[in-house]
Write a protein that binds this ligand. Sequence first.
Ligand code: NAD
Length: 357
Amino acid sequence: MEFNIALLKGDGIGPEIVESAAAVLKKIAVKFGHKFNFTPYLIGGCAIDAAGKPLPQETVDGCLASDSVLLGAVGGPKWDDQPGENRPEKALLGIRSALGLYTNLRPASLFPALRDASPLKDEIIGDGFDIMIVRELTGGIYFGDRGYREGKYGSEAYDTEAYSVTEIERIGRVAFDTAMKRSKRLTSVDKANVLESSRLWRKTMHALAEEYPEVEYGDMFVDNAAMQLVRNPRQFDVIVTSNMFGDILSDEASQITGSIGMLASASLGASSRGMYEPIHGSAPDIAGQNKANPIATILSGAMMLRYSFGLSAEANAIEAAVNKVLSDGWRTADLLGGGKGTPITCTEMTEKILEAI
Ligand code: NAD
């Protein structure tokens, strides 16, 4: 099969990790007899430097014309003083919106070899956990009305959380369908004891639950969910939540898998075209030092093969290769938390995974 993939390397460690994932995809193409064509486009701070804005129209058009998109990360101290509308991170919201990507799937499972890298105690990890966070991606407070106004204490800034029934139903269906394909357990996370938008979220999810009687459904407040993720992650299978709560909880979930450098994500909409990216940022503190863990981006590539191209055997081959390399004891610096393993660089980790494929 032949597919066109847009590469958005971005800033910081973005170029290093996207090149790693592209090398892995090229190897898979050779091994399984496919053709993947890669076209790079600018996004984030590097696009501000080259084109004056974080999301040039050429990038949007290129992504729309491709079969799928692989993104590294954007942002960094160099662009921190840009006005809100011209910040590198604004490009992420723009491209998600332009591609109609309302679902963000963030799997958080523990590779057995990384037990020592997880900050959780052995008895909490038990026989491991495998959580799928389904995060709403194009609504809520990140897209709501915002600005400055005069308030009780003078000038103030505000952001607005708003969700429609349509948006909640749309992400809810993805979550229930995902649960049906897994162990049929779904937890919806909200803040319905305080927020009106969460009360509508909960009411809409309850109505959907009636349509999925086989799914064991439960509600949880976000503060409790944050606690339960470290107290007993094994209780969760699929979690569905809003844009901001999903952003925060998935970072927390990433850390219990060993490192934020391990977590992949898929952003999906109505078409088969998706955008695939690690959940971490551009890690300016280690950029250009060959220290980044490329695994989250490599696993994002595997998700692309599975979700956008329907190539499950190829995705499995990548995941098995990652598993083998970790089981053999190879670790990038971020994974050395447990004190075990042999430290290697980003490029060495990539080469090990290529060899294992
Ligand atoms: P970050 O995720 O970039 O880094 C947090 C910590 O995790 C750092 O210590 C970093 O070195 C480490 N880390 C992250 N990814 C790693 C990897 N693959 N291997 C090894 N270590 C890794 O978050 P931050 O520091 O809060 O943000 C840095 C910049 O990234 C900011 O400009 C922020 O806005 C941006 N950001 C972008 C995205 C994105 O592009 N999707 C997401 C989050 C943050």
